[in-house]
Design a protein around this ligand. Sequence first.
Ligand SMILES: [Zn+2]
Ligand SMILES: [Zn+2]
Length: 261
Amino acid sequence: MFVDSHCHLNFPQYADQLDAVRAEMAEAKVDRALCISTTLEEFPAVHALAQRFDNMWATVGVHPDNEGVQEPTLDDLLTRAALPRVVGIGETGLDYYRLGERTVADMAWQRERFRVHIRAALQTGLPLVIHTRMASDDTVAILREEGQGKVRGVFHCFTETEAVARQALDLGFHISFSGIITFKNAGDIREVARFVPADRCLIETDSPYLAPAPHRGKTNSPAYVAFVARQLAEVKGMSVEEVGRITSANFEDLFSLVKNA
Ligand SMILES: [Zn+2]
Ligand SMILES: [Zn+2]
């Protein structure tokens, strides 16, 4: 009934927990999960999940926060994107949250990395999984310029304003809400969730991070995407079944799962 559109099940937290995680998913009616890459080094482990389990898929990409890792060339992304059950490019984008001593100008390498991912999405036709934090203006501008209006994708774990949501929707992108919408102090994000049309919404956990209430602070699990669905249903005045049905259909449509059935 539900899809976790963004999780990191290759992380060490799940090393000997996958059977338990999958049992929890089944119990919570979470029947599918998309496993997201954050480096090329970890891609084989992410891809292995998608090959081992018929209800999991993988993406290829290098997260903007990751430094000191292999820098992806266009060819690196294209060769991996061509493998079976790889259905998206990312996560990629811009993150100016951890600038430290640096200025935005110093982050040219991040913007260039992002452009390489957009080119891979253009060439493959696969959707982009966008991570953006404290960088929405540049993220949208680069998407517009490099994507030529031809790339689709999702802004994951959305924590931006309604204005940014509007720009993302105008670009044809989906918006994914995480456990953050269940947090007491996240009234602003719930308002954005109310604004985004249901047929453009996805739900995710971003496991192992950001466990939703009532599990906040614990290791997250794809099963908990049901709590995100429940909150989104409340915000939208819909039934949780309806939210499950629509967000699952959106997921299938965006990631063209027919190709990878
Ligand atoms: Zn992210
Ligand atoms: Zn992530």
